[in-house]
Design a protein around this ligand. Sequence first.
Ligand code: HEC
Ligand code: HEC
Length: 284
Amino acid sequence: MKRILKWIGIVLGGLIGLLLVVGIGLFVIGRNRLNNAPEVAVKAVSSAAGDPVHGERIARGKAACISCHGANFEGEPFIDEPPIGYVPAPNLTAGGVGADFSDEDWERAIRHGVGGDGRTLVTMPSAQYAHMTDDDLADLIAYLKTLPTVASAVTERNLMVGGNIIFGNLAWSSWAVNTIDHANVGDDVTVGVSAEYGEYLSYIGACRECHGADLLGADDPDAPQGPTLAAAANWSEADFITALRTGVTPTGTQLSDEMPWIEYKEATDDELSALWMYVATLGE
Ligand code: HEC
Ligand code: HEC
């Protein structure tokens, strides 16, 4: 009996030791990948001729940057819970990363998913923003550079052991930097009232982050659960525009603020018409 117990003890001890070694290995690999993103070639964009007025409409409206980075771009906690740890959407003003960001740094973060310090950005919707045209990006950066300095409401990302293991291994392939076709960022699209331009707006509006890759319902259980847009595909243009402007759907439902209609309502009539034309194609 004693011998059996001894053997059980040795086997259990060995298993625990093995798990510990695997855990430490995954932690070290994960942390290293998260702190040092894969190298990506950046496409040069100059913000010198960018239009900050249009850039403001992108940041506050069409691309809803403020829904995560704060109304004054001062930063906001995005994830703050075990086992992951702390992931803030950073301060984009000169009180934060804006202090020393070059056009290249902005482009690398927004369209490639790599932070100014070379870290892998997690949960920032760069895979959607990778579609942003060079013109729109130049306008956006021109605006971000004019932001008044605001003191940071956040500190640096601080992942727990679990966060490094999970984000750096299990979720690793899902991060923007690993999904973007880095040589082909920046769509070639003509501004207009067309389904094609509406599709572009759906990318830079990051609709897929919550409504799923095909917009037919959320596919990430941890993201806000955006419903399928198949029903909205059959709304009239007027109803669709009212829903995005007021948050009230044709059935009289008031949309919660999980859906960033507060930001999208800043879009022009033409932009919302284009978005509707595209969403209508989902019902075909
Ligand atoms: C869904 C929330 C969300 C939205 C919307 C969003 N961001 Fe982010 N952003 C984040 C988070 C979270 C991080 C930090 C990720 C990390 O540290 O791993 C981040 C990181 C960044 C960084 C990197 C800063 C650094 O420390 O190097 C920049 C720049 C940035 N975002 C700009 C933007 C801009 C511009 C927009 C709009 C076009 C935008 N973000 C929209 C959540 C968001
Ligand atoms: C941050 C997550 C998020 C993003 C980004 C987002 N949505 Fe939503 N959306 C939601 C959620 C959650 C709901 C359901 C809200 C509720 O019922 O209160 C919703 C509801 C809707 C509805 C109502 C659908 C119905 O049948 O009632 C429409 C239409 C819609 N979203 C369109 C869009 C479009 C277009 C975009 C991109 C321009 C977008 N959403 C981006 C989260 C999001």
